[in-house]
Design a binder for this molecule. Structure first.
Ligand code: HEM
Length: 179
């Protein structure tokens, strides 16, 4: 997993808690990297799981809530780092469809070693209802939910979001535009 994801996670911990909290969770986890991340480096994705578990133990906030909050934070960071992807879009559902067909493809050109999920998108019932099936060996469904929420907030769009685990282990997100 790219160092960018780690540096953004630690920036969120510093913003919401403190720099001491950042130091403490790094010290308490036995991290192969030692916790020294650079944005362009690549690290084992299990390190983020360890850091989140440690933050949960220290803060009393559930792991899945921390992961969702991180996803929302991450969307804001990504849209600042890569404004060209977000500025072209005028509709959040079309933007989300483009994550698979355009954005992550561009990301892979920048970072050939990126570990990206696969999305299967469709609008089976109405143009205002997007079905997104998330598939990833890393199972970052909660981060994904947070990213989707961050995206809808960015476009200032009211919405309903439901989640369902499919029999094959993938996750279906159903996103409905409101208003
Ligand atoms: C400006 C838009 C976006 C950019 C530039 C971007 C870029 C990236 C990058 C750099 C990674 C890390 C890859 C790695 O660490 O190896 C990543 C992972 C990920 N992205 Fe995106 N992304 C964007 C939007 C989104 C959105 C809107 C979603 C959700 C629908 C999403 C879902 C994910 C997930 C869930 C991962 C974690 C890896 C996994 O689940 O396997 N991304 N993305």
């Amino acid at each position: 997993m790219k160092g960018l994801i780690f540096t953004e996670f630690l920036a969120m911990v510093e913003e919401v808690h403190s720099l001491d909290m950042v130091d403490e969770i790094i010290e308490n986890c036995d991290l192969p990297s030692g916790g020294a991340y650079t944005t362009v480096g690549t690290y084992d994705h299990t390190e983020i799981v360890a850091l989140v578990c440690e933050l949960s133990a220290k803060s009393g906030v559930e792991v899945n809530d921390l992961l969702k909050a991180f996803g929302t934070y991450l969307f804001t960071s990504l849209s600042r780092t890569y404004p060209e992807f977000v500025s072209k879009a005028d509709d959040p559902l079309s933007f989300l469809e483009e994550v698979e067909t355009y954005i992550h493809i561009e990301v892979r050109k920048l970072y050939p070693e990126a570990e990206l999920p696969t999305f299967y998108c469709s609008r089976p019932n109405s143009p205002n209802e997007l079905h997104m099936i998330y598939e990833s060996m890393r199972h970052m469904e909660d981060v994904c939910e947070g990213l989707i929420i961050g995206c809808m907030k960015h476009f200032d769009q009211k919405f309903n979001l439901t989640r369902e685990k499919l029999p094959d282990g993938n996750e279906l997100f159903i996103l409905e535009k409101l208003g």
